[in-house]
Ligand binder design. Structure first.
Ligand SMILES: [Zn+2]
Length: 222
């Protein structure tokens, strides 16, 4: 029987949700904004935005032999300017007084998603993709074992990830993408909720309550 509960728990308390919640609270205080629930939703969308490339990945992975979903949505150099331009145009036309806050909010949430991808595992993340190892611009759906430099991010700084870990990532991902059904492919990425995630969620929620008490729920875009 299929059990989606671990996925629901990870969406509720996972790091991307915590990124959205904590960034929203911190930036709202910084910009003197109220706790506008629509802006919190925008933070959530921005924190999960890169992972939307899971959809084409799940649809095309077997036919096109794609190793993982870190394709278009996980190219920071492409996604971040696109995001700023899109949010900037929409905010300036519909919500002008909050435009700078909204642009900062989505940028922080999406950058934090990439930093978390680079911090979570020893194989790191291709922070400079789609620029290749030799400085060329290249888009590919194939398994790019030696195309990108992967970096790991930690409290001590940014380092190049060990090549053998990157190689293993693409090999196991490709094997999985060819054999797993969609349910197994999704659930293989879901981990149990950790104490640090729940703690961060609790602190973020306390911050949200403090924001409502101090700044109210905000005037919206009127
Ligand atoms: Zn990601």
């Amino acid at each position: 029987m299929r059990n989606w509960l671990p996925l629901a728990q990870q969406i509720a308390f996972g790091w991307d949700t915590n990124i959205a919640l904590c960034s929203f609270v911190a930036l709202s205080f910084l910009f003197g904004e109220g706790a506008n629930p629509w802006f919190l939703c925008i933070a959530g969308i921005a924190a999960y935005l890169p992972d939307l490339d899971l959809i084409p990945f799940l649809l095309l992975r077997k036919k096109m032999r794609i190793a993982g979903h870190w394709v278009f949505g996980h190219y920071p150099i492409i996604i971040l300017p696109l995001e700023v331009t899109t949010v900037g145009i929409i905010a300036l036309t519909t919500c002008r007084h909050h435009a700078l806050f909204l642009i900062s909010l989505v940028l922080v949430c999406t950058i934090a998603h990439f930093v978390h991808d680079a911090a979570a595992r020893s194989h790191g993340f291709h922070l400079l993709a789609p620029f290749t190892r030799d400085g060329q611009l290249r888009f590919t759906l194939a398994s790019p074992t030696d195309l990108w430099v992967h970096y790991t991010v930690s409290w001590t700084g940014v380092k190049e990830a060990p090549k053998e870990d990157v190689q293993r990532l693409y090999e196991t991902s490709l094997q999985r993408a060819q054999t797993y059904d969609n349910y197994s492919e999704i659930m293989s990425r879901v981990e149990a909720v950790s104490l640090s995630q729940v703690t961060t969620f609790g602190l973020g929620t306390l911050g949200l309550v403090a924001l409502v008490i101090c700044n109210g729920s905000g005037p919206g875009c009127n």
